[in-house]
Design a protein around this ligand. Structure first.
Ligand SMILES: *Cc1c(COP(=O)(O)O)cnc(C)c1O
Length: 422
């Protein structure tokens, strides 16, 4: 770095150069996948004949909104599915996942999670936590879980035993906020093949959050029946302002659309207001934004490994999601790290994040998120619960150079508090 618009310690800068230099191969892999996915996305836009008229949103019932229909077609093409449901009306990834589960499960059915405990917010949807509140459990849907093995890997033998009577097999691709591995497309393929051999009728549903465009294939390209994600993560390309998507088999998408709107109405209604252009444009940018987020994360993993910390995954590992975790070891370091990320953000850089008692969490949590869109974790952001193992999870970075600076600001913040030794 030659300029000093932003002050970073010299020793740290030198270390950063080394950290970046050894990422060369990992970055080349990211670029290669990005080029592949950009071509895939562009060709979908071309074959679906996306046109300016599709960007003009509708109001009221939203009957005959061509933009909405074409966006569904573009997503279906990219994800390799029969149909898709892409709506700004999904308030979050959890909502889209909830709609998908309530859409396809019926009383007496069994939902089987095969990648251990699902993401925190899904516990109340499923009914693992909470009573008589309209959860799946409250509606008579049974839930079972195949835990991951002690080494964090998928328990294929356990799945074999448990999947015969499942209606839905649930896979979470990303590590979420745990230190387990994320599951790559090859592993998802293995699970799909295994469960379909035992139970042909089973619906394989993948929580694809943070996974889109990280590999060349998506879970639906290897046999998953439904995938679900959030538009303020990867596929929204940091431009979509809110929303989510479900992609998969046509009949299943129809059932999901009945749950999102009303039975019988489904996909025919739902005005797009002024959200369509952002969803199209964000999708177009998504592979490249995901690549920047990946490089930002890879750089952080490389730098903090050089600084002597345990990192998850390793900077040179094959990736299937954009989350990186660093075990910093104590609360002061987590706080300094997150405050540094915030200081290096384009929005609200002057705000000092503090640890707080976030609803639903056992311990205090500190978060850094100086984002253009509230809560958008495709933008550089970091979260850390102040408890063992004192790890920070970071994700996003919509351009690599600014993402890298954010990471350097985090390290600089620790250094200036005297709790980092470069
Ligand atoms: C983000 C995420 C979700 C959904 O979270 P929202 O905050 O509701 O969008 C679900 N699963 C995983 C793995 C996630 O990363």
């Amino acid at each position: 770095m030659t300029d000093d618009f932003i002050k970073i310690d010299d020793t740290l800068k030198e270390l950063a150069d080394n950290a970046e230099a050894r990422c060369k191969e990992a970055f080349e892999r990211v670029d290669e996948i990005c080029a592949y996915n950009e071509q895939k996305v562009l060709s979908a836009f071309i074959s679906c004949k996306v046109s300016e008229a599709h960007f003009k949103g509708s109001t009221g019932y939203g009957y005959g909104d061509r933009g909405r229909e074409v966006l569904d077609e573009v997503y279906a093409k990219i994800m390799g599915t029969e149909d898709a449901l892409v709506r700004h009306n999904f308030v979050s990834g959890t909502h889209a996942l909830s709609v998908a589960l309530f859409g396809v499960l019926r009383p007496g059915d069994k939902l089987l999670s095969v990648t251990g405990a699902p993401y925190d917010t899904m516990e109340e949807v499923i009914g693992i936590r909470g009573e008589k509140n309209g959860s799946l459990k409250d509606f008579g849907v049974k839930y079972d879980e195949v835990s991951l093995k002690d080494d964090g890997k998928i328990d294929y033998e356990g799945i074999k035993k448990a999947c015969a009577d499942a209606k839905v097999v649930y896979i979470q691709r990303s590590r979420g906020y745990s230190l387990r591995d994320s599951f790559c497309i090859d592993e998802i393929k293995k699970v799909v093949e295994l469960v379909k051999k035992i139970n042909e009728q089973v619906i394989v549903l993948v929580d694809n959050c943070y996974g889109e465009f990280v590999e060349k294939l998506e879970p639906t390209n290897v046999g998953a029946d439904l995938i679900v994600g959030s538009l303020i993560k990867n596929p929204g390309g940091a431009i979509a302002e809110t929303g989510g998507y479900i992609a998969g088999k046509a009949r299943l998408i129809e059932l999901c659309s009945y749950r999102l709107t009303a039975v019988g109405m489904g996909k025919e209604v739902g005005c797009t207001l002024n959200q369509s252009k952002g969803m199209f444009m964000g999708l177009f940018f998504a592979p490249s934004v995901v690549a920047s987020a990946l490089k930002t994360g890879i750089f952080a993993l490389s730098l903090f490994e050089l600084l002597g910390y345990d990192v998850y995954p390793n900077y040179n590992d094959k990736r299937t999601d954009i989350i990186s975790a660093i075990k910093l070891g104590d609360a002061d370091k987590l706080i300094a790290f997150c405050q540094g990320i915030q200081k290096g953000s384009p929005v609200d850089s002057f705000v000092l994040p503090e640890a707080w008692d976030m609803p639903g969490y056992e311990s205090k949590v500190i978060m850094a998120a100086g984002a253009f869109t509230m809560g958008a974790s495709i933008e550089l952001s970091a979260d850390a619960p102040l408890r063992e193992p004192f790890a920070v999870w970071l994700q996003g970075g919509i351009t690599y150079n600014t993402g890298k600076l954010g990471i350097l600001m985090a390290a600089h913040s620790m250094l200036s508090k005297g709790i980092l030794k470069p």
